[in-house]
Design a protein around this ligand. Structure first.
Ligand code: ZN
Ligand code: ZN
Ligand code: FE
Length: 765
C-alpha cells in the first residue's frame, strides 16, 4: 500500500505555545492519522498517510508554527504503519521524567485584545484574558511538564465554557493552561493600605485614584509595580521619597506607540522592540518638549518606556489615557515583592492602594530593560519576556554545569546539551532576600530543566556571595577571572573561536593579582588570556566607600599629581571637601590602609565626574559616570591625552596627564559639557591606540568590547566607529547585558571548555 508512517521529534520552545493543537489542526487538514505528545525533550509526533500529504504536513508544521514557538531542531524517521484511524492529542504522562524548555511570559495577543475590548465578548474587560499565544508562563510554572496542575492556576477550576475551550483542539484556548474567565478564573481586587477592599469597579476606581495623584501597587506578571501619574511631579516626587530612591530613573508605561512618540524619539527598530512579545522597557531619547514630570528621570537624556503587556495594564492605560510611572515594587534596593501578604507588609508604607489579584506568582521576574544599538538589541537587564529562553550560542561541549555569576546585578547560568540558559535578573546579592532568590532560583532551574550540574563556575572575588555559595557546593569547581568572563561572553555570542583583543572597561572585578581590575586589554581565547595593558593602579581609599563617594577617587588622583599642593589649586571641587576629612582619607590612601589598588575605568569616570562637580556621591550604582555622560556635549571637539609606559611587555596606561589637563581647563573655567566631551574623546582615542598597538604586535584584528562602562552609549558608539575606521572587526553583546548581568554566560562558556580537564582532575584528586 502507499501508506507511510513517520515519527517526528520537534525540539526547542515547543511546549506551552500551542504547538500540539497546531499539529492537530494540520494533521486533520492533511487527513493524517497518528498522535502528538509532549515528552521530555519536546514534542513527539507520529503521522500516517500518503507520502505527499506527510511531506506537506511536515513543511507546514515548521513554516506555520505558532508565534511563540521557536523550533531548534526537527528529526524524523520512517516507521511501520499501524493502520490507525484517527489523530489524537495524547495527555502528558503524569510521572514522565520531563525536561524541556519552559517558555517565557508573553504580552497579550491581538486576538485576546479584541475580545478584551469587545462589549459582547464573554471576557469583556476581564483582566486575566489569555490564550495559547499569550499570557503568563515562566512566572506561574511550579514544575514540569507544563500542565495546569503544575502551575499556580491549579487552584482555579474551569467553568463549563472554559473547560470546553480547553478541550477543543480547534479553539485558540486548547490546552491554554492559564485559561479562565470572570466566572471561574482569577479575580481583581482593589485594596486600601489596611487590606480592606475598595468597593466598585477596581479598574475605574484605580483610574480615579491615579488621576488624583495616588500611588498604587499593581500586581503584574512577575511581581508588584508602583504606578502613579508620570505627569504629576508631586506624585512622582512623593514616590521617590517613600521608596527612598533619590535619582535613579523610573520606567514609564504608555498606552501605545503614539503616546510614547509625544515624549520620546523612536526609530523603526526601537518601535519593533517596544511592540515585541517580550515587551521590555526600551531606553529612548527624550524629546525636549513636552516632557514628563522632571522627577521621572532627572538629569537623563532618555526615558525608559514600555507598552502594556498584561490585560490589566491594557485596561488601566486605555481607560485612563495616562502615562504611568511603572517601577519595581520594592523599597530602595530590595528585590521586588511578589507574594501577596509579604507585599502588603513591605509596600504599605509606599503605596496608597493595592491593585492585586488572587493568581499567585510562582517566581519573581523583573521587567527587562534594553536599548537598541546599531539596529540590534543591547540588553541592560534581561528578565521577563526573554527568560528562560536559551541563549543563541553554539558550543560543541554538551555537559551540564552551573555558573553562579557575579555579585551585582546577578544572573546565573546553566548548561545542558550545548545550550546555555541564563536566569532572570536576580539583583545585587548583598541582602538576605536576594540571596534567597538566588538560591531558590538555582533549585528551580535545576528542576524545570532537569539539570544536574557536574561542576560549578564562579568569580574569583572571595567576598562575592555567589562565589561563597559556589565554594560551599560539593562539586568540581572552576574560578574564572571577572573581565575574562566579560570578554568570553561576547565571544560566545558571536561564535568567535580564535584569539581576540578583549577590551574590558568596567567598574570593579577581582584580578588574578588580588587587585581590583577594570580598565583592561586582554588577549583572549577560550583557553586563557594574557593581560596586555591596563590603567595604572591607584588606591581606592575606604574600598567600597570610594565607589559611593566618588570624590575620594578625584582626591586620590589630585594627590598623586600635586601632593600637598593640591589644596592650593583653587578649584571648586575642593570647596566641597572638608580639609580635615580629606587629609585623613589621603593619609590612609598613602599608607595603603584599607585602600585596595584599582585599575578600574569606572573609578576614573567617577573621579572626573566628581572633579568637575557633576556628581560627587552616587545614589545608585554608576551614577557619577552616567551623569558625566549625560551632561557632555557630543559635538564638542578636542580630547585629553593619556600617557603610556611599557614594562615587561605590558603597557600601563597613565591618566595623570588627563587629570592635569582637566584641572587646567577647570581653572580656565571651561564649561563642563566640553570637559566631559574631551574626556570621552580621550578615552576613546586611548582604546583605539591600545588596540592598534596590540594589533601591531599580534596581528589580531578582532576586538571585543565588554564590561559595565560600555553601557555608556556615547563612548561605545565612538569607540566602535573609530575602531571600524581602523579596519578592526568589533563585537559587543546583543543577547545579555554588558554589565555584570552578563558574566554568567562567559563563565559558562569557559567552564564548558575546561569541563573535561576539571572533571578528570577532580577524579584524580
Ligand atoms: Zn491571546
Ligand atoms: Zn470560565
Ligand atoms: Fe564587571
Amino acid at each position: 500500500m502507499d501508506k507511510q508512517r513517520i515519527r517526528i521529534r520537534y525540539q526547542g520552545v515547543v511546549q506551552g505555545v500551542g504547538f500540539r493543537p497546531h499539529i492537530y489542526r494540520l494533521a486533520k487538514a492533511y487527513k493524517l492519522c497518528g498522535w502528538v505528545n509532549n515528552d521530555p525533550s519536546g514534542v513527539m509526533v507520529e503521522v500516517e498517510g500518503k507520502r505527499e500529504d506527510i511531506e506537506n504536513f511536515l513543511k507546514a508544521s515548521i513554516d506555520k508554527a505558532p508565534v511563540l514557538a521557536r523550533i531548534k531542531s526537527v528529526e524524523h524517521s520512517q516507521i511501520e504503519p499501524n493502520g490507525e484511524k484517527e489523530f489524537i492529542i495524547r495527555e502528558s504522562a503524569q510521572n514522565a521524567v520531563v525536561s524541556t524548555q519552559v517558555s517565557s511570559d508573553a504580552c497579550t495577543c491581538e486576538d485576546c485584545l479584541k475580545e478584551l475590548f469587545e462589549p459582547k465578548d464573554r471576557r469583556y474587560r476581564y483582566p486575566f484574558i489569555n490564550c495559547t499565544n499569550c499570557g503568563p508562563r515562566f512566572t506561574i510554572i511550579e514544575r514540569i511538564p507544563y500542565d495546569r496542575p503544575y502551575t499556580t492556576m491549579k487552584v482555579f477550576r474551569m467553568c463549563a465554557e472554559c473547560e470546553a475551550e480547553y478541550h477543543n483542539p480547534l479553539n485558540r484556548r486548547f490546552h491554554a493552561q492559564p485559561n479562565g474567565c470572570a466566572v471561574c478564573g482569577p479575580r481583581l481586587l482593589l485594596l486600601d493600605r489596611e487590606g480592606k477592599e475598595v468597593s466598585g469597579d477596581a479598574i475605574k476606581k484605580s483610574v480615579e485614584l491615579l488621576r488624583a495623584g495616588k500611588i498604587i501597587a499593581v500586581k503584574s506578571l512577575g511581581g508588584y509595580q508602583f504606578a502613579c501619574d508620570a505627569l504629576n511631579e508631586g506624585a512622582v516626587r512623593e514616590l521617590r521619597a517613600r521608596k527612598i530612591r533619590e535619582d535613579k530613573p523610573f520606567a514609564v508605561m504608555a498606552e501605545n506607540i503614539e503616546a510614547v512618540l509625544r515624549y520620546a524619539e523612536i526609530s523603526e527598530k526601537e518601535k519593533e522592540v517596544l511592540l515585541s512579545a517580550e515587551r521590555p522597557i526600551v531606553l529612548l531619547k527624550k524629546k525636549l518638549s513636552p516632557t514628563l514630570a522632571e522627577s521621572v528621570a532627572p538629569r537623563q537624556k532618555n526615558y525608559g518606556f514600555m507598552l502594556p503587556y498584561t490585560p490589566l495594564h491594557h485596561l488601566l492605560l486605555k481607560e485612563s489615557g495616562m502615562i504611568l510611572v511603572m517601577t519595581s515594587g520594592n523599597l530602595s534596593d530590595e528585590p521586588i515583592a511578589f507574594v501577596d501578604e509579604e507585599a502588603m507588609a513591605r509596600l504599605k508604607g509606599i503605596a496608597d492602594y493595592f491593585l492585586t489579584h488572587n493568581r499567585p506568582i510562582y517566581i519573581r521576574c523583573d521587567d527587562s530593560v534594553v536599548r537598541v544599538f546599531e539596529e540590534r538589541l543591547y540588553p541592560v537587564r534581561r528578565a521577563r519576556g526573554y527568560v528562560p529562553r536559551p541563549l543563541e550560542v553554539q558550543f560543541p561541549e554538551k555537559g551540564s554545569l552551573l555558573a553562579v555569576g557575579g555579585q551585582l546585578k546577578n544572573t546565573f547560568a546553566m548548561t545542558k546539551f550545548g545550550q546555555v540558559i541564563l536566569s532572570h535578573h536576580i539583583g545585587d546579592l548583598d541582602n538576605l532576600e536576594t540571596l534567597k532568590a538566588f538560591e531558590q532560583g538555582i533549585e528551580h532551574f535545576k528542576q524545570i530543566f532537569e539539570i544536574v550540574p557536574e561542576m560549578v563556575v564562579y568569580d574569583l572575588h572571595p567576598d562575592y556571595l555567589s562565589t561563597q555559595y559556589a565554594l560551599s557546593l560539593e562539586l568540581p569547581k572552576l574560578g574564572v577571572q571577572h573581565h575574562y568572563a566579560h570578554i568570553a561572553g561576547v565571544m560566545a555570542e558571536h561564535n568567535l573561536s580564535g584569539k581576540v583583543i578583549g577590551v574590558a572597561m568596567d567598574g570593579t572585578g577581582y584580578g588574578t593579582d588580588g587587585r581590583i581590575w577594570g580598565g583592561e586589554f586582554l588577549i583572549a581565547d577560550y583557553d586563557g588570556f594574557e593581560r596586555k595593558a591596563h590603567l595604572e593602579y591607584v588606591p581606592m581609599p575606604g574600598g567600597e566607600k570610594a565607589i559611593k563617594q566618588a570624590w575620594r577617587m578625584a582626591l586620590v588622583w589630585l594627590d598623586k599629581i600635586y601632593g600637598e599642593e593640591l589644596w592650593e589649586l583653587g578649584i571648586k571641587f575642593l570647596e566641597k571637601i572638608e580639609p580635615g576629612q580629606g587629609e585623613l582619607i589621603l593619609e590612609a590612601s598613602r599608607k595603603g590602609i584599607n585602600s585596595p589598588l584599582t585599575s578600574s575605568m569606572g573609578r576614573l569616570f567617577d573621579a572626573v565626574s566628581a572633579l568637575i562637580n557633576v556628581c560627587q556621591v552616587a545614589n545608585y550604582e554608576g551614577q557619577p559616570a552616567i551623569e558625566l555622560e549625560m551632561i557632555g556635549d557630543e559635538q564638542a571637539p578636542g580630547y585629553y591625552e593619556f600617557h603610556y609606559q611599557e614594562k615587561d611587555g605590558r603597557i600601563i596606561i597613565k591618566p595623570e596627564p588627563v587629570i592635569e589637563q582637566i584641572v587646567k581647563d577647570l581653572r580656565e573655567t571651561q564649561p563642563k559639557e566640553q570637559i566631559s566631551a574631551k574626556f570621552h574623546n580621550g578615552v576613546s582615542k586611548m582604546v583605539v591606540w591600545g588596540c592598534e598597538r596590540i594589533r601591531e604586535e599580534t596581528g589580531i584584528n578582532e576586538v571585543v568590547l565588554g564590561g559595565g562602562v560600555f553601557q555608556n552609549f556615547w563612548l561605545l558608539g565612538r569607540i566602535k566607529n573609530w575602531l571600524s575606521e581602523k579596519k578592526f572587526r568589533v563585537y559587543v553583546h546583543h543577547q545579555v547585558p554588558t554589565n555584570d548581568g552578563g558574566i554568567a554566560l562567559g563563565q559558562a562558556i569557559i567552564g564548558l571548555r575546561r569541563m573535561r580537564d576539571v572533571l578528570s582532575g577532580a577524579n584524580e584528586g
